[in-house]
Each structure stands twice: as structure tokens, then as C-alpha cells.
Design a protein around this ligand. Structure first.
Ligand code: AMP
Length: 534
């Protein structure tokens, strides 16, 4: 028997509708070249419709891809609604990828129009022979240059928007229509395309509203440092609009003191960013004590990699700010788990609570996951047995976009995350490593992540990354690369690690370097470390 319930499609325009009708007065505060562009969610809707008209005039039709090469700006946020709501597909391009990768993904996605920050024009000039499908470029800020060698017209966003009408009737779309695209960053070989739907975007946004810790709500003010150019800024621009929360955007090229100045001005309550951003802000605070007021903040959601417990403790101790983490990936929109305390854990003392905050937390509602061993057999949730995490959820991919490598990532309808983790009996996940980063020394596993966390917890260490080096006796041995705040002896570091791990875990080599290389999304770049130093 079929139900008699409405099959109302899940669409991004419904989230915008809610913000416009219920929270039209709430604000977006976006840093610009010369101050802040502060506007309401009602105005966000008007700007989105104008941009939809602009794109329609430029020939964009349903299903066409519109690429963005831009920072976390008001204009970029507007495209998050203008493009999908008209039935086109927003393809956010990570500006920190290499020229070669960007050329590949613009061609692979067949972008028809590109929305770009002014600083991205030189990149497009370099790629001018590889923009076959691109019909027009819209420069989002600054003065459009009169000279250049680009093969297609470059328009001024401000001029086009000023001339565009404000009315645009958004169509009803099948909820499985593609809404946006993003390419993975960390892989070897060409990036792989992930295509999100209206349905997955709405359900993921609702998922972000359900978690105990972040639980996106109208009362909060979210500063989105995590790039709008990568995995839809972790889905937050959708969840915030859905809930009518205040959005703070850091604009073009923010540096550490910009973050502090923005917090001081816009008074966010939650900052969302990469772990490395949290570390950057901490160091700037230590450099300029008392100069910036950050008392509005109560939570940092740091992700992309596990935030070290030492960092969490520092924020709690010095600013009474709670650091929380989620785990996920481009293929999963991205959030799969979120860390918070269940009622059973509320009585725990601080140390035990930090133990839990160091885990990646519990699956969001509607996320199923299991751990499997090398023989693809499920391993128990006993808090110690590691396995690769397989996931299933309405916001996880079922295929990469037009990619022959796709099949290897799936097993019986489950997505293979490539992350190795343990799970406690009450469903707290701890990522032990990326499958490819695990170190196998003399037949025993060593977790590079656990070693890194312990090293960063040492007061004299600022950053740490551990990779495996070939070894004639043990096959592999861990090597630690560290950035230090002050001189520290190898004996001191070994003693620090021996207190926490079996002695065979302790690296034989510690290399002090000036700075750890970072990936395009701000994580420690182990691939580069391996190729440069080993
Ligand atoms: P990306 O697709 O660039 O977002 O990278 C996803 C990968 O980042 C995951 O597969 C994990 O290996 C890693 N990752 C993301 N969040 C966390 C976290 N909270 N703790 C540990 N690793 C994480």
C-alpha cells in the first residue's frame, strides 16, 4: 500500500523561502576591500534573483555548470542560491589547486560561465587556451581590466547586477536535480567530481541543525572561514539560511589579524574553519594580547583533520571557548559525525570530557556506518579494533562524476571512506589514520594521527606531522616533522611520547623544519613531506 502523503520535493529554494519570509531582517556581514557589506537575508534573496537574471541573459540554462573561483564574499554566497535555484549547477572551484588541476576540472565539469574574484584573472589568462566551454566571465569585485588576452568577454558583476531585474520565478525542480559540484583535493591523479543534489543539500543542512554541539540555530552568529570554494563551506551557508542565523564572511585574502578584526567587529558566536585556521588565530592572539575583543565567541568548529587536544585545552583555559569537531569528506557533503556529550557522559570530569572531544563523535541522524577489516568483514564496536569506515546516507555520493575510477570506492552500496577508525559501543568514532597514512612497523600498526596529537600537545611544539619512512629491519618506521616554539631535545620528545605509547611507536627521527607544507584545503601535506624529505 502506498502512502497518501505529499511528495513535496526537497529544494534549495524552499530554504531561501524560509529565510526571506521568517528571517528577512537577519544579517550577512561580509568583509570587503574597504570595510563590510552588511545586508539582510531578504536582500540575499533579491540579489540571488538578480544574478539568476544575469546568468539567464548570458545564456545559462537548466543543467549548465557555472564555475566560481572566489573567496568567502557576499557575491559568492549569492551564487549559492542564484545558480541552483534556477536549475543550473554551481561548480565551486578550489582556488588553491594547481593550474593543471583547475584546467582539468573546468574542462571536465564543462563550465559555461565563470564567476571570479579579481585576483583570479591572471590564473585564467594562464589557462586561456583551455577554457573551451566557457562563454563568459563575470568579475565579482574591483575594476574590470580593459586589456587582456582572454578569449571570452569579462563582465563587471556590479554593472550586470545594477541593470538586472529583481523578479525571477524559481521553477519547481525534481529534488534529485544536480545543485552543485566540487572536486576532491587530496587524491593522487586527477581530482574526482562530486555532484550534490537539491535533496542531499537540504537533508545535510537539516542534519547540521540536529547535532547537540553545533545545532545550527537562529540565535547564533556563524563566521564561515572554511572556504565557500570547498564542499559548500561544509554546508553551513545552507544550514544558516535555513535557520535564519547570522552569517559572517571573511572576504578576499584574509590573514590572521583580519580574522581577529572581523571577530571584534561582527561578534560571531561560532567560528567554523580548518584546524590550521584555529592555530593561526591562536598565535595571532598570543602576539597581540588584549588588542582584539573575541569575547563573543563560545565555540570553534575546527575540522578537515582532528584538532589536537592540547589546542582544545588552550582555548578552554584562556578564552572559555569550546572546540568541537566533525568528521566527513567532500564525497559526504561533508559531515558524517559530530562530537558532543550524550547525557550518559555529562557527569565526566574535564580530562575524560577532553578524551571524548578528541574523538570524531557520533554519526548524524540518517548516517549509517560500519567498520570492516582487510577481508571486508565487519569488526566490533569495542573502542579498540580498527577498520575502514564504510558509510551510507542520503548525502553521500553513489558515484563520482564521469570517472572510470569510481567502482573501487564502493562496496555493496556502501561508500568506502579510506579512513581507518575505531568505534566505541556507544557509537563514538575515532579516526586512527587515512588508510594510506597508517604506518606498519614490524607487522604492527602505528597511528600517525595519535603521535601528531601527542606531539602538538607538547608545550614547545607548534606543528607536527608524522609519516612513515622505509626501514631495512622494520619495513617502515615513523619519522616526525616538527615546527618548534623553542629548542627541544630529542630525548625530551621521546620521553613525552613514551609516557603515552608503546616504545616501538616512538619515532627514531625528529626533523625540525620552519613550516609544515599544507594542502589546498589547509591540511598538513604528507605527500609533499614524503617527496621532499624522504
Ligand atoms: P576532504 O574531502 O578534503 O574534506 O578530506 C576528507 C578527509 O579529511 C577525511 O577522509 C579524513 O581523512 C580527514 N578528516 C576530516 N575531518 C576529520 C576529523 N575531524 N578528524 C580526522 N580526520 C578528518
Amino acid at each position: 500500500m502506498q502512502s497518501l502523503m505529499m511528495d513535496a520535493p526537497l529544494q534549495i529554494k524552499t530554504m531561501l523561502w524560509r529565510a526571506e519570509h521568517l528571517y528577512g531582517h537577519k544579517e550577512v556581514i561580509a568583509r570587503t576591500d574597504d570595510g563590510f557589506d552588511t545586508f539582510t537575508l531578504a536582500e540575499l534573496g533579491r540579489r540571488a534573483r538578480r544574478l539568476s537574471n544575469v546568468l539567464t541573459d548570458l545564456g545559462v540554462r537548466r543543467g549548465d555548470r557555472v564555475g566560481t573561483l572566489a573567496w568567502n564574499t557576499a557575491e559568492h554566497l549569492v551564487s549559492y542560491y542564484a545558480v541552483p535555484c534556477m536549475g543550473a549547477v554551481l561548480h565551486t572551484i578550489n582556488t588553491r589547486l594547481s593550474d593543471e588541476q583547475i584546467a582539468y576540472i573546468i574542462a571536465h565539469a564543462e563550465d559555461t560561465v565563470l564567476l571570479v574574484s579579481k585576483d583570479q584573472l591572471p590564473l585564467l589568462e594562464r589557462l586561456r587556451d583551455r577554457l573551451a566551454n566557457v562563454r563568459a566571465i563575470i568579475q565579482l569585485n574591483g575594476v574590470v581590466p580593459t586589456e587582456g588576452t582572454l578569449p571570452v568577454p569579462v563582465h563587471s558583476y556590479a554593472d550586470l547586477m545594477a541593470a538586472a531585474p529583481e523578479a525571477y520565478e524559481y521553477p519547481d525542480l525534481d529534488e534529485n536535480t544536480a545543485a552543485s559540484m566540487c572536486y576532491t583535493s587530496g587524491t593522487t591523479g586527477d581530482p574526482k567530481g562530486v555532484v550534490y543534489s537539491h535533496r542531499s543539500t537540504v537533508l545535510h543542512a537539516l542534519g547540521l541543525c540536529t547535532t547537540g554541539t553545533i545545532g545550527v540555530s537562529e540565535a547564533e552568529r556563524y563566521m564561515l572561514v572554511t572556504p565557500l570554494s570547498h564542499v559548500n563551506s561544509w554546508g553551513m551557508p545552507f544550514a544558516c539560511v535555513l535557520q535564519g542565523a547570522t552569517i559572517v564572511l571573511p572576504g578576499d585574502h584574509p590573514v590572521d589579524t583580519d580574522y581577529l578584526a572581523i571577530i571584534d567587529h561582527a561578534k560571531p558566536t561560532v567560528l567554523v574553519g580548518a584546524v590550521t585556521v584555529g592555530m593561526l588565530v591562536r598565535r595571532a592572539l598570543e602576539q597581540y594580547p588584549g588588542k582584539y575583543d573575541i569575547s563573543s565567541l563560545h565555540t570553534l568548529w575546527l575540522g578537515g583533520q582532528a584538532p589536537p587536544i592540547g589546542e582544545m585545552k588552550w582555548w578552554k583555559q584562556h578564552h572559555d571557548i569550546h572546540v568541537t569537531q566533525a568528521w566527513g569528506m567532500t564525497e559526504a557533503s561533508p559531515v558524517l559525525t559530530f562530537c558532543g556529550l550524550t547525557t550518559a557522559n555529562q557527569h565526566l570530569d574535564d580530562e575524560a570530557r577532553f578524551e571524548i572531544f578528541g574523538s570524531q563523535g557520533q554519526p548524524l541522524p540518517l548516517v549509517e556506518l560500519k567498520l570492516v577489516d582487510d577481508d571486508e568483514r565487519e569488526v566490533p564496536w569495542d573502542g579498540t579494533t580498527p577498520g575502514e569506515v564504510l558509510v551510507r546516507a542520503p548525502w553521500v555520493i553513489r558515484d563520482y562524476y564521469d570517472d572510470p575510477r569510481s567502482a573501487a570506492s564502493f562496496m555493496d552500496g556502501w561508500f568506502r571512506t579510506g579512513d581507518i577508525a575505531t568505534m566505541t559501543s556507544d557509537g563514538y568514532l575515532t579516526i586512527v589514520d587515512r588508510a594510506k597514512d597508517l604506518i606498519k612497523s614490524g607487522g604492527e600498526w602505528i597511528s600517525s594521527v595519535a603521535l601528531e596529537n601527542a606531539l602538538i600537545g607538547h608545550p614547545k611544539i607548534v606543528e607536527a606531522s608524522v609519516i612513515s619512512a622505509p626501514d631495512p629491519k622494520w619495513i617502515e618506521r615513523p619519522v616526525a616533522f616538527i615546527v618548534v616554539a623553542e629548542e627541544v631535545s630529542v630525548d625530551e620528545l621521546k620521553a613525552h611520547l613514551k609516557e603515552r605509547f608503546p616504545s616501538f611507536w616512538v619515532p627514531d627521527r625528529f626533523e625540525v623544519i620552519d613550516e609544515l607544507p599544507k594542502t589546498s584545503v589547509g591540511k598538513f601535506d604528507k605527500k609533499l613531506l614524503r617527496s621532499e624529505f624522504l
